[in-house]
Write a new protein. Structure first.
Length: 228
């Protein structure tokens, strides 16, 4: 897979096709909206869901961390789709996976779906309420919240939106493609979880999008008009 370098605030970030940002200097992977446990929630409510999505996403994360020799994993919220009963199979699977990442620090900026984790499975994870600053960046789940501002770091890395764009292919068929959305004061990451859906965004003048394909990230030129 080929990562796309992005120079921001004097730092080099790598936009990876696995819908992750690699920060080489920090030896960290940054992802958003994994929504672990979502398929189980849907299944219990009688909805047809693809099997094995959680395990596939955990495997993708493990391989990514190993491939780059990383020491940290930062999740920009919605790590879990809902709190997990500590005795449930989902919690046991998450515990087994997190324990397999020996020597890797896992930090989660709690998102709206992570509410209530105090009464459920927490694992050996650093749960962070609110923003987290690692100069020169500010990590936050939802950058649109008026209280998600920190003067110490002007540029944010966030999730929550699950940004996608619509691309037309052969025979004028369109497909929704996940993107990294570069805005004036921040970068919005695509959702890492494969079973999460997406929100169709409308970039404006001066913004950029980086479309995610199976093996590379494709940068689009600076937009000079609204695009869908």
């Amino acid at each position: 897979m080929s990562a796309e370098p992005l120079e921001i605030c004097g730092e080099t970030l790598l936009l990876h096709p696995d819908r992750a940002v690699i920060w080489p200097r920090l030896h960290a992977a940054i992802v958003a909206d994994t929504h672990f446990g979502k398929s189980s929630v849907f299944g219990r409510n009688g909805l047809a869901v693809p099997a094995g999505t959680d395990e596939a996403d955990r495997t993708r994360l493990s391989r990514l961390l190993d491939a780059f020799g990383l020491h940290r994993l930062i999740v920009l919220g919605d790590f879990l789709h809902q709190p997990l009963d500590p005795g449930s199979q989902e919690a046991l699977d998450m515990e087994r996976w997190s324990n397999s990442l020996a020597g890797i620090r896992i930090q989660v900026i709690a998102g709206n779906h992570d509410r209530g984790i105090s009464s459920g499975w927490r694992g050996s994870i650093d749960w962070i309420a609110g923003d987290y600053v690692e100069t020169p960046f500010r990590f936050v789940h939802d950058d649109s919240r008026p209280d998600s501002r920190d003067a110490r770091a002007a540029f944010s890395l966030s999730g929550h939106t699950h940004p996608v764009i619509s691309l037309k292919g052969l025979r004028k068929r369109s497909a929704r493609v996940p993107v990294f959305w570069l805005r004036q004061h921040g970068l919005v990451l695509p959702s890492f979880g494969l079973f999460t859906g997406g929100y169709l965004i409308s970039p404006v003048t001066g913004e950029r999008v980086f479309a995610v394909s199976p093996d590379k990230v494709v940068p689009f030129p600076v937009l000079d008009a609204r695009a869908r």
